[in-house]
Design a protein around this ligand. Structure first.
Ligand code: URA
Length: 433
């Protein structure tokens, strides 16, 4: 078999065979197929797509390129959640311990900030001492003792995605439904889970801005998951404004703790309850979604979710008490963006809010950039809220005046003030199973 023939076939819109996909992925991981041929095939897939069968084989081959966890010695159900990425999306933080507090094991392997979106690992690393790089043995032990661990991808988990993702990032081939699906699902399926809840974001702060694209992505990932015999639900959720009021890293951890203590923002709390209900239902702990919602609410009310969070943080070397201290989110400078007139707030471009947070230092412009965990934004007003002239809309917290100036420019373009109250958008648009 030759790589050039496989590239030509996809270029000419033909369907690749199982053997061809396996030959290509294996060759690329082992280094016998060079970057330039892999880039050509990725672009052909980007332009011409893949059938569901091809996407399934691609996922399976990528998943088996490295370690696949087997947690069958743990009898309880193992269920994870994955979000396709958004701004202010800190849901994994309160969700994982709330689900574990109800008896479902959560083996969560998370990612870092990507483009304008935040990353769970970067948020967790703002907690002093928190280790995201547990060894496979430590990961398994954490699941057996605590019931939940949130860690990063190690060298030996899906190396094919590691290599292909880096290549896609620099060849403009990220936004492809089969490539995103195979990338996400290969990593999730390597976690040794029984079920998965996907939070597929749509709107101005999502990678899939258009609803139809997000829906197709959700359907493709659900179909792949089912082909592997897993229980999978996808919730199509709104990303036309940030989730919650805090955007950054340390401040998002603090807001997540507020959710666990029963005083978090309504949208983050409700989405946590919604996704948690599906996880408990898939994990055979809840009899229905309604039952699942009640179980999650109860774990917030009686403090079991917060206790499980503290146990998880301590088990991974972190200090949960540090999060409650004032200096956890303290920056050198704070600036406010105020309303120039009264009316209602309309968020028109959440992407720009994500870029502003990243410019402040909450994300990276280059792979090697260091995150400034304390910087970030606080939204005093959310979409649709009434505002008076001079009300504070955004609080900008930074450590570098130049970056703050630049971030403020982006933020000023992210919203308008309108006379009539804009229509409220649903948090969850549709559930695909
Ligand atoms: N997240 C991933 O893990 N992979 C993609 O391709 C896109 C988002």
């Amino acid at each position: 078999m030759r790589a050039v023939d496989i590239i030509r076939k996809k270029r000419d819109r033909e369907t690749l065979s199982e053997e061809e996909i396996e030959f290509f992925v294996k060759g690329y991981v082992e280094g016998t197929i060079p970057d330039y041929q892999a880039a050509a095939l990725l672009m052909a897939i980007f332009l011409n797509g893949m059938t569901d069968g091809e996407a399934f084989v691609l996922t399976r081959t990528m998943m088996h390129s490295g370690k696949v966890f087997d947690f069958s010695s743990i009898s309880a159900s193992k269920v994870d959640k994955h979000s396709t990425g958004g701004v202010g999306d800190k849901i994994s933080l309160p969700l994982a311990p709330l689900v574990a507090a109800n008896g479902v094991i959560v083996p969560m392997i998370s990612g870092r900030a990507l483009g304008h979106t935040g990353g769970t690992l970067d948020k967790l690393e703002s907690i002093p001492g928190y280790k995201t790089d547990l060894s496979p043995e430590e990961f398994e032990k954490a699941l057996k003792t605590v019931g939940v661990a949130i860690i990063g991808q190690t060298e030996d988990i899906v190396p094919a995605d590691r290599k292909m993702y880096a290549l896609r990032d620099v060849t403009a081939t990220v936004e492809s439904i089969p490539l995103i699906s195979a990338s996400i699902m290969s990593k999730k399926l390597a976690e040794g889970i029984d079920g998965l809840v996907l939070d597929v974001k749509t709107g101005t702060g999502a990678f899939m801005r258009k609803y139809e694209d997000a829906k197709k992505l959700a359907e493709t990932m659900v179909a792949i998951g089912k082909s592997f015999g897993k229980k999978v639900y996808a919730l199509l959720t709104d990303m036309n404004q940030p989730l919650g009021r805090a955007i950054g890293n340390a401040n998002e951890v603090r807001e997540s703790v507020d959710v666990l203590l029963g005083k978090g923002p309504e949208d983050v709390t409700n989405l946590t309850i919604e996704l948690g209900a599906y996880m408990l239902f898939i994990g055979n702990v809840a009899e229905s979604i309604e039952d699942g919602k009640n179980l999650i609410k109860k774990a917030i009310e009686d403090g079991r979710g917060y206790e499980k969070w503290c146990e998880m943080v301590r088990n991974q070397g972190g200090d949960p008490d540090a999060i409650l201290k004032e200096d956890f989110t303290k920056t050198k400078y704070v600036e406010e963006i105020k309303a120039e007139k009264g009316g209602f707030l309309s968020i028109i471009d959440t992407f720009k809010i994500g870029v502003a947070a990243s410019i402040l230092g909450a994300g990276r412009a280059k792979k090697e950039d260091k995150i400034d965990h304390k910087v970030g934004l606080y939204m005093h007003k959310k979409h649709g809220e009434k505002i008076e002239e001079k009300d504070v809309i955004f609080e900008v917290r930074g450590n570098d005046p130049e970056k703050m100036k630049e971030a403020i420019k982006w933020l000023k373009e992210s919203f308008i003030i309108v006379e009539a109250k804009p229509e409220a958008r649903p948090l969850v648009y549709e559930v695909i199973s």
